[in-house]
Write a protein that binds this ligand. Structure first.
Ligand code: ZN
Ligand code: ZN
Ligand code: FE
Length: 744
């Protein structure tokens, strides 16, 4: 009897077939394995179905680290001539379905061992890789994933590499980017020179995996400040690459789940709390108690640590706000003013992929920026959907295409605010549409008429659909949590265009993929100065104080009144007295409180004032909270603001105010959810929006919701911030399209 096992997911380019062969040999099975366009197929001749199930279980539990098995099905099929032994057969011809492309993978332990072994022919070789690790998405020009379709096509294999490539027993069997010092890519300067440069406090530009990077000694304050100055990067924290886990443990508090995430094939930047005794120059992460840490994820990065420096700032090679540089000539013109020297090489980067950022919360890795190591892997949906393209939001843009049962979000593109970023968006879209043979029948965009993404979408032919920002946030959470029934959505963030043309951001929705109802929201406050109010929290402080206390607010001596010159106040007072636009944004409420409490009056980067407010709250153990009242589905923030102003006047510690404020928001969320549950009987609550990157708020909110019997759902695979919007837009668009075609 012949049994066929079909495995779908990320199972190609990750050493899967050699693994299957080894396992089959151990089980003593006769059969074959091969790739087809939907994944990996295994055929086994046996009369014992239990043996097949047993074998399939072993595949699932022992699969290579980089593999991601989405589905595994077993069928009985007719048997012709019996198989003898177990072999790897050539791939089946392509059909119209598609295979997922593997993301780029961090150096595996076997390759790392070769890198440091003087007897190995790849000793010290910066481009060592195998089927378990190395570049994938960043070098793939087209599918199928073969060397000829990657940027490695320019490097004919030497006899040794070719022998490894065809040997089914070898770790490099069909490793498309396989290379060695004889036949492979080369560095532009000796590695020792680069090491010495960093050790002397200089800034090195280097060609990483998905783009150029800028590196310097993270423990040298002068170097860090110089890098910040040259990059014109205000106070936004830098990520730090550390030599190994032992080094990370010297500077950060770290648990097993965080260790596993740091050393995973995706090897993202992981946000970790700094140890109390850790000494870092303040320029690395100004004012924050957490730091973004990653481990060396390519052989080149590992080699850079063969010197005295064990912590390096590792930041994307670009001027702030522009996409990361990938071409050698571009690096010469754009990075020369930023770096003292540039270490490059001759393996081309085809797709730009920045470093990913993640954190562990409640033991689960959660992605804040989804790029290298994750993109372009897919999110499996609850059912098959029509093909659509969703162009995402303005800030932290990603787009998303749907195909069969999958949603494929692009890597992090950046803020769609300039032509360079829009070009990056278009290049990536062209690439992903071609490798996944996507043919979208609908383009979904944000409701905001002025977003570059909206304008781009409206220039394209074919049908379009506008989706409200916060609705997309919640749909994104539903999609990745596999929810299809109605949910209560709590969408808290900085900014999103509302259906009433005001700026939303403190929203309670009841929704499914077919539509939403705005059940409750934060009381509208004047937004004095539009985008400027987002950067200058003192403007929102004035707006909320005026709303809560009227003109009397100016008589209370609060730090926010000293944050701006008299000339600015004149304009702001006017804008507050005669508002042209209102906001219900929770992000802006955080900014206001941060400013009223004297913690931060201006954000040097998006969300800074709120992050500093959280950092302050973490220093306090105050047990209380402030009240907000709820009437007619409007959450009144005025009692909260009055109480905070009066606490400030009474000289209460700002950290305690910050702590109590966080709890106030959580208490309010739980109470509003209770109201909604009474009316709808829904107890599933999706928490989404950039505000929920705040760990303190998240922990407070979850504790209260769970205690009241709610089922809260969080993000993990896509970011809670606007990087997750495209997934939500895509599933809403796909449902709309399905409903349309059902009607006709
Ligand atoms: Zn490897
Ligand atoms: Zn070679
Ligand atoms: Fe948002």
């Amino acid at each position: 009897m012949r049994h066929r096992i079909v495995l779908e997911g990320v199972v190609q380019g990750v050493g899967f077939r050699p693994f299957v062969k080894k396992l089959a040999d151990r089980f003593g099975l006769n059969g074959i394995t091969f790739n087809n366009s939907s994944g990996v197929i295994i055929e086994i001749d046996t009369h014992d179905p239990a043996e097949v199930r047993h074998f399939a279980d072993a595949i699932r539990t022992q699969a290579p680290a980089a593999a991601l098995i989405e589905t595994c099905s077993i069928h009985e099929i007719p048997q012709d001539a019996a198989y003898t032994g177990f072999r790897i057969a050539p791939s089946a011809a392509r059909d119209t379905t598609f295979t997922l492309i593997s993301p780029d993978l961090a150096t595996c332990p076997d390759c790392a061992a070769e890198l440091y072994n003087p007897a190995d022919r790849r000793f010290g070789y910066a481009f060592t890789n195998c089927t378990n690790c190395g570049p994938r998405y960043s070098i793939t020009r087209s599918t199928p994933y073969d060397r000829a379709n990657t940027t490695m096509a320019l490097f004919p294999m030497c006899a040794n590499c070719a022998a490894e490539y065809v040997d089914a027993e070898d770790r490099r069997f069909h490793a498309e980017p396989v290379a060695c010092p004889v036949c492979g890519p080369r560095l532009s300067m000796p590695i020792a020179e680069a090491i010495a440069l960093i050790a002397s406090g200089k800034i090195l530009g280097l060609k990483g995996l998905g783009g150029f990077q800028l590196a310097c000694d993270a423990r040298c304050a002068l170097a860090v400040d110089e890098l910040r100055l040259r990059k014109r990067r205000s106070r936004k924290p830098f990520a730090v690459m550390m030599r190994d886990l032992a080094t990370v443990a010297r500077f950060c508090q770290i648990d097993d789940a965080e260790r596993a995430l740091l050393t995973s094939p995706a090897a993202p930047v992981v946000l970790l709390p700094m140890r109390h005794d850790a000494v870092f120059p303040d320029g690395v992460a100004p004012g924050l108690r957490q730091i973004g840490v990653m481990l060396p994820y390519t052989p080149l990065h590992r080699l850079l640590f063969d010197g005295p420096v064990d912590c390096m700032v590792m930041t994307s090679g670009n001027m702030s706000e522009e996409p990361i540089v990938i071409h050698n000539d571009e690096a010469q013109t754009k990075l020369s003013p930023l770096a003292d020297s540039i270490l490059t090489h001759n393996r081309d980067i085809f797709m730009r992929v920045d470093d990913s950022v993640a954190r562990v919360f409640e033991g689960i890795p959660r992605i804040n920026r989804r790029a290298r190591g994750y993109a372009p892997s897919a999110i499996r949906l609850a059912h098959e959907v029509p093909e659509v393209l969703a162009v995402g939001a303005e800030l932290k843009n990603t787009f998303c295409i749907t195909k069969g049962r999958y949603a494929i979000p692009s890597q992090h593109i950046g803020d769609l605010e300039n032509l360079e970023t829009l070009t990056f968006f278009e290049e990536t879209l062209r690439n992903l549409e071609s490798v996944y043979q996507a043919n979208p029948r609908l383009i979904v965009h944000d409701l905001h008429p002025d977003y570059l993404g909206t304008r781009w979408a409206l220039r394209q032919p074919g049908p379009k659909l506008a989706v409200q920002h916060h609705y997309a946030h919640i749909a994104s959470s539903m999609a990745e949590n596999g929810l299809t029934e109605k949910v209560i959505g709590v969408a808290f963030d900085g900014t999103g265009f509302g259906t009433d043309a005001q700026i939303w951001g403190g929203e309670f929705l009841v929704c499914d993929y077919h539509g939403f109802e705005r059940s409750a929201h934060l009381r509208y406050a004047a937004l004095p100065g539009g985008d400027r109010a987002a950067k200058q929290g003192w403007r929102m402080a004035a707006s909320h104080l005026h709303d809560a206390l009227g003109p009397d607010a100016r008589k209370i001596g609060l730090p926010c009144w000293y944050a701006a010159p008299a000339a600015s106040w004149k304009i702001v007072d006017h804008l507050i007295a005669k508002p042209t636009i209102y906001t219900s944004s929770c992000g802006r409420l955080f900014d206001a409180v941060s400013s009223i409490a004297g913690i931060s009056a201006e954000s040097g980067y998006e969300g800074e004032s709120a992050m500093l407010l959280e950092a302050a709250a973490q220093k306090s153990s105050a047990p209380d909270h402030y009240e907000m009242t709820i009437e007619n589905d409007i959450i009144d923030t005025r009692p909260l603001i009055r109480a905070i102003a009066s606490d400030m006047r009474a000289g209460r510690d700002a950290n305690d105010i910050a702590r109590a404020f966080h709890r106030s928001v959580a208490v309010m969320i739980e109470r509003v959810c209770q109201h909604i549950r009474e009316a709808t009987r829904i107890d599933r609550v999706c928490l989404s929006g950039g505000t929920f990157q705040n760990q303190t708020l998240l922990a407070d909110t979850l504790a209260l919701l769970r205690a009241s019997g709610f089922q809260p759902y969080l993000h993990a695979q896509v970011p809670p911030n606007d990087g997750g919007i495209s997934l939500g837009q895509a599933v809403i668009g796909a449902s709309w399209l399905a409903a349309q075609s059902a009607r006709h």
